[in-house]
Design a binder for this molecule. Structure first.
Ligand SMILES: *Cc1c(COP(=O)(O)O)cnc(C)c1O
Length: 364
């Protein structure tokens, strides 16, 4: 058979270890998973109620236009319905954008290090990939601009960035957007948008009016706590949306996801509470890092990348054997760091206690 050659160089996405498999492997009863930046507080009760109370026929295809969700989201964001596109998670939007714009005769630019799926999908499409190293965990926007040429079809900007948690201040982003040529689509991935507290953060939705080559990606998987239902969305001017739509699989958003997401939007109180608790949780981590002189990146997200100055897998393994699943920085490009999702107060406390033991152990 003749599979695309580039597929042979790829490995499937390595998800964080599952709770069940760790329980079995280490014979543990209680596991705390802080590996995939899921919401430790679950999702809105209104979303749960919507799922319980609405009779959805599982025999019928979902609404391919996501009508209800589209209406609610357009109103909430104050955009037109034709400025929205929905994905089976924002991962699916990354795939659609790649499919629509990338090919062997085009190139694409992204940071190194950033979310892995930009590169993964670009490789599948056979596009030439230009990775621009981050500076102190932040996108080097000047370097990325300098890498643009006639054949640059897509430039990926992740803010706040995964796995560093850093963000791009408004002035820098606007100055960057001002200089990206029209033929290059800028993808601004804001999976953690709802967690941001920085005052010099930008209003990305209003930027889509000013920049005709910008698409903003967001998701219901993170603060909304609906990762299992796979709902993400893109916001851009109608020309971009119209051009992308044929690359969307017609029934990519299932009925349960559409319903739950639509209900979740109405419960902004839940979002606010999670945002506030997340800041308190981050403070627990910051305190621990200061006490133990550990380097970390200040985070605008619900995770923190901490440098332990030892093999990342050593920290990962120590935590795993004691019932905490985190993400080793090794496959993420940070060989001595681990990325930890901010959990509930008690989960953070439990994990930091174990990390304290780890530090004592290695300093013996
Ligand atoms: C989690 C994440 C996504 C994917 O989210 P889904 O909507 O669940 O597919 C996209 N981008 C970044 C940066 C993420 O961290």
């Amino acid at each position: 058979m003749r599979f695309k050659e580039q597929l042979l160089t790829l490995t499937p996405y390595q998800p964080g270890k599952s709770i069940e498999s760790v329980k079995r492997e280490y014979n543990l009863k209680h596991i705390v998973k802080l590996a995939s930046n899921e919401n430790p507080f679950g999702c809105s009760q209104q979303a749960m109620a919507a799922l319980r109370e609405n009779q959805i026929s599982l025999a019928l295809y979902p609404d391919g236009y996501s009508t209800l969700l589209r209406e609610k989201l357009a109103t909430f964001l104050n955009v037109a319905e034709n400025e929205l596109i929905f994905g089976n998670g924002s991962d699916n939007l990354i795939q659609m954008i790649s499919r629509a714009l990338l090919h062997p005769n085009a190139n694409t630019i992204m940071a190194d290090h950033t979310f892995s799926q930009y590169k993964h999908n670009a490789v599948i499409e056979g596009a030439i990939i230009k990775e621009v190293p981050t500076i102190d965990g932040e996108h080097d926007l000047e370097g990325m601009l300098a890498a643009i040429d006639e054949k640059t079809n897509v430039i990926w900007v992740c803010s706040p960035n995964n796995p560093t948690g850093t963000y791009i201040p408004e002035q820098k982003l606007v100055s960057f957007l001002d200089r990206v040529p029209e033929h290059t689509l800028v993808v601004l991935d804001e999976a953690y948008y709802e967690y941001v507290v920085a005052e010099d953060y930008y209003d990305s939705i209003s930027l889509i009016r000013k920049y005709q080559n910008l698409i903003v990606l967001r998701t219901f998987s993170k603060i909304y706590g609906l990762a299992a239902l796979r709902v993400g969305y893109g916001v851009a001017n109608p020309e971009i949306i119209k051009a992308l739509e044929p690359a969307r699989e017609p029934f990519n958003n299932n009925s349960l996801g559409q319903l739950a997401a639509a209900a979740a939007i109405a419960d902004q109180e839940f979002v606010e509470i999670c945002k506030e608790k997340n800041r308190q949780g981050l403070a627990q981590f910051y305190d621990f890092c200061h006490e133990n002189s550990l380097k970390y990146y200040p985070s605008q997200t619900n995770f923190i990348l901490i440098d332990f100055n030892v093999e990342a897998d050593q920290v990962f393994q120590f935590l795993l054997e004691r019932g905490f699943i985190v993400r080793s920085g090794k496959p993420l490009g940070f060989p001595t760091s681990v990325r930890i999702t901010v959990g509930s107060f008690e989960q953070n406390e439990g994990l930091l206690k174990v990390l304290g033991e780890f530090l004592k152990d290695i300093n013996k």
